[in-house]
Design a protein around this ligand. Structure first.
Ligand code: SF4
Length: 466
């Protein structure tokens, strides 16, 4: 599974905001590796620099030195909708209004066809749902409205998931959809008494890396506006329910372990997932290991609660960029071998408890289990820190159709046989929620089929949604 992007917005007078935006995007690289970009207002115009590739391959010191200004937004992209090449890299720019405006989007809209139809936009004219939002705003601004007026009109018509950052000549805006599917937080540079800048970012580590202090998370339906005078907030749309619907997989898998979401540190939640998973059943084993990276904190928790020794069994290559696979090779097995290598002396002859965060298609998990057995594991007992993944996501995560979701097609015992492990157990939804210590609710539609917002007609699942 891949997340659908990271966003950043910064306003600070007489500061190296392009360099800060670069560092913040670098901290959000895990949220999108297909392309990266920034838009900066230089006092007269908005300049946009974006390209395919990782943040450090799109920007270098020479480029950043040439990016002057006090207002900047940035984006890292993984495409869940639209084309996946440089033309759809973000921020998206439109030449409407005083200096135009630029927009970065994390999420996925579910009513794009309807929106395009109403606005008289021909199917196929837009590069992505983010491009469509920009076009809808541009139509409003070209008709004589301010960008703020355009946002107040357009945003309530959008359905699905969106955490947006937008740049215009005198402000950076940040907004979350009324469900709050994707995260967005606000940070401050300098002291509370005399702040000297503001930052918006998908996750709090992007604030830490530039020395900003986390102020708070943006509320569902809220729009904040950052200017050199300070921060203003408007509840642009009423929250869709009295409970936030942040994606539960942000806690399980997507977010960095050092992120704070809904006031909770992600690493702590993952460790508790392992503790509670261990309490669901017992198994005789010699070693508990996690599948790096997000399975490791849960494995630590499992080991602590079960009393079984914790250890490392896999080394992960962190530098996987663009790779190539010969047509006659087994693509999944090659991909797994490139990414993971077993620590043979740690696992040879051992009965392993292997903790992973999720099983989607099952092909990767199956290749991993084969790898561990080939390296000498005597037994492999899989423990999964999310419940069975049974429904596709339409809110900004790239998932296969229901036909390709292993848990939607097979029983737990059939899954065990297919994967080739000795036993398998998933955390229960109640334990997952307890591990996160939810005050409210999260979206868990891919686990339950209870879609909180509309899903596209093309899904063929309309009966499943609530
Ligand atoms: S459907 Fe699943 S992956 Fe998508 S937002 Fe909801 S919890 Fe997250």
């Amino acid at each position: 599974m891949k997340d659908a992007c990271g966003v950043v917005g910064i306003v600070a007078a007489d500061k190296p905001v392009a360099f800060w935006c670069f560092d913040a995007l670098f901290a959000l690289q895990h949220r999108g590796q297909e392309s990266a970009g920034m838009a900066i207002f230089d006092g007269e115009d908005i300049a946009v620099v974006k390209d395919e590739g990782l943040v450090y391959s799109v920007f270098d010191e020479r480029v950043l030195m040439a990016m002057h200004g006090e207002y900047v937004i940035g984006h890292t992209r993984y495409a869940t909708q639209g084309v996946a090449n440089w033309t759809a890299a973000q921020p998206v720019y439109r030449q409407s209004g005083r200096a135009g405006f630029a927009l970065g989007h994390n999420g996925n809209l579910t009513n794009t066809d309807l929106l395009a139809d109403k606005a008289g936009i021909l199917p196929g004219m837009m590069l992505s749902d983010s491009d469509l939002i920009a076009e809808l705003l541009a139509q409003r601004v070209d008709a004589g409205n301010s960008l703020r007026e355009g946002l107040a009109h357009v945003l309530p018509t959008l359905e699905g998931a969106y955490s947006l950052v937008m740049l215009e000549s005198d402000a950076v805006h940040g907004v979350r959809d009324p469900f709050g599917f994707r995260p967005l937080c606000l940070g401050r540079f300098g002291s509370e008494e005399s702040p000297d800048g503001w930052i918006l970012a998908s996750e709090s580590p992007a604030l830490d890396v530039v020395g900003a202090t986390l102020v708070r998370e943006i509320r569902p339906g809220e729009m904040v506006t950052l200017t050199k005078q300070g921060v203003t907030s408007v509840q642009l749309m009423e929250p869709a329910s009295d409970r936030e619907k942040l994606c539960i997989f942000e806690f399980v898998y997507f977010a960095r372990p050092d992120s704070y979401l809904m006031g909770h540190q992600v690493h702590t939640a993952r460790r508790r997932m392992g503790e509670l998973l261990a309490g669901q059943s017992t198994v005789d084993a010699d070693l508990v290991m996690g599948v790096p990276d997000s399975g490791v904190p849960a494995a630590e928790g499992y080991a602590a609660a079960s009393g079984i020794t914790f250890g490392y069994g896999l080394v992960k290559n962190r530098y996987i960029g663009r790779t190539f696979i010969a047509p006659d090779q087994n693509a999944r097995a090659i991909a797994v071998r490139r990414k993971f290598n077993p620590l043979r002396e740690n696992i040879d002859g051992k009965r392993l408890v292997v903790v992973d965060d999720s099983i989607v298609r099952g092909t990767t998990t199956r290749a991993l289990v084969t790898m561990l057995r080939d390296a000498g594991a005597a037994e492999v007992h899989l423990r999964i820190s999310s419940p069975p993944f049974m429904w596709p996501c339409y809110y900004g995560i790239d998932t296969p159709t229901r036909d390709d979701l292993l848990a939607a097609q097979y029983s737990i015992d059939e899954i065990r046989t297919y994967i080739g492990c000795d036993s398998i157990e998933y955390i229960t939804l109640a334990n997952l929620r307890s591990a996160i210590r939810l005050d409210g609710e999260c979206c868990d539609a891919c686990l339950t089929g209870n879609y909180p917002s509309s899903i596209p007609p093309s899904s063929g699942l309309w009966d499943a949604g609530k």
